[in-house]
Write a protein that binds this ligand. Sequence first.
Ligand SMILES: [Zn+2]
Length: 149
Amino acid sequence: MSWARCARGHHHWGPRGAAGLLVAADGAVLLQLRARWAHQGGTWSIPGGARERGESAEAAALREAEEELGIDPAVVRVTGSYVATCGGWSYETLLARAPRDLAVRDLAESDGHRWVPVDEVDDLPLHAGFRAAWADPGRALRDFADHPS
Ligand SMILES: [Zn+2]
């Protein structure tokens, strides 16, 4: 994988765009502490990464969640998505529900994970891209997470 330069001159990870998985249960979301050595390491975000050739955003998000947090794709129910674009590059956040007792373990690129109540997400040092998505005025992520399963 490599960086892509968007039409606005930024560098974004993944020439075919990237995708991540926002898992919600009982008014909380599952966040991951990015490993120190990773880009924007030490910040909280969702599992995710670059899309591979021919891979859908949903497939990429589920693959990354399994690689980084050991999440079994079979127990996750994807119900929607939120797409953020920047200069022709896109990051798609798949909105998913799973049981709160979902088995999670810190694998690649993960220094920890937590179920964070919706109202406390803003208090964490967030990855810039995730903060922007979470703060979107359309409230797609927040409203999804706030809703009962
Ligand atoms: Zn950009």
